[in-house]
Ligand binder design. Sequence first.
Ligand code: GDP
Length: 368
Amino acid sequence: SLRAGIVGLPNVGKSTLFNAIVENGKAQAANFPFCTISPNVGVVAIPDPRLQVLSKLSKSQQTVPTSIELVDIAGLVKGASKGEGLGNQFLSNIREVDSILQVVRCFEDDDIVHVNGKVDPRSDIDVINLELIFSDLEQIEKRLDKLKKSKTKDTQVKVKEQAEKTGLEKIQEALMDGRPARSVDLADHEKEAIQHLCLLTMKPVIYVANVTESDLAEPDSNPHVKEVAKAASDLQSGMVTISAQVEAELAELPLEERVEYLKSLGVAESGLGNLVQFPRPLTQTFNCVYFYQETKAWTILSGMTAPQAAGVIHSDFQKGFIRAETVSYDDFVAAGSLGAAREKGLLRLEGKDYVVQEGDVMLFRFNV
Ligand code: GDP
């Protein structure tokens, strides 16, 4: 499944948030079931209304929502990109996730030390960004050096290397200017050529403004939240407002009491709900697409082909891939079944190169 990493400076509420999600999952009553696979990795299911429709049509009770792995990535310290040990560990953990959730402290509490002395979201955001930018810059420099020395005679390789070089140079310029790689306008062939580097600042980011409970109803009244919003827009990122402490308290309450508690705070839905529900930020900013196989939902990064999608379900599906019988979700629902869609000519036979589209309903044919 896709992976999102929770990052942030110390004492901003990362563990409180992660634990709230874990507790919620244990309570089972929640809308977003969660199970832990190790102390800092958990799987959260994404509720998806399309599944209910598919379930009704197929008369199958059992639906399986898509899920996302959440990783609690601790250990960011200033200088991570230069440092060894923990710093390197932090960066390599980030390299392995598909998107980043940065918790930003927007609550004041004199009893809880802020590493930089005061609550200052823009500075917190910049500290982490700079580490990622330094790391990317270093990687790009090394790669450009290598490309310069390349003596390939193969014209196809040459063209690719040229695309990579121009792409990287554009990104380098942005990074030196403090802008993330994801903000750079690249041509498709450049994007493709640099993809293998897995640049850290290319990953989508959602800023999680962690506020005190009394701010939930009117987050904009908190100037720190406004600052996060400004930064999110400057940095081509998403944002949600959450109170990690409220989430922790909610997780302890029976379902019926949660609604009352949220009402008393003046909000309709919990921040976690806002983050996780279909098709809200957590999946949206991934740049991913949903596809369906019977009454199961899956998410893959957009741009993946039919065999790659098949491989997410089972590696044998990818190895032996022949074709995918495909119909869009809307056409499927209008037709009522795969058979009916076939009769109406709505079912397409897609091959190896087909790029999966949002909402495709797919049946994979493969050799065993
Ligand atoms: P981490 O270091 O980022 O993982 O931060 P923690 O989750 O351990 O939180 C640090 C401290 O801040 C803990 O004592 C939390 O109880 C507290 N904390 C977290 N969220 C909030 C909040 O919204 N309001 C207040 N007042 N304290 C919070």
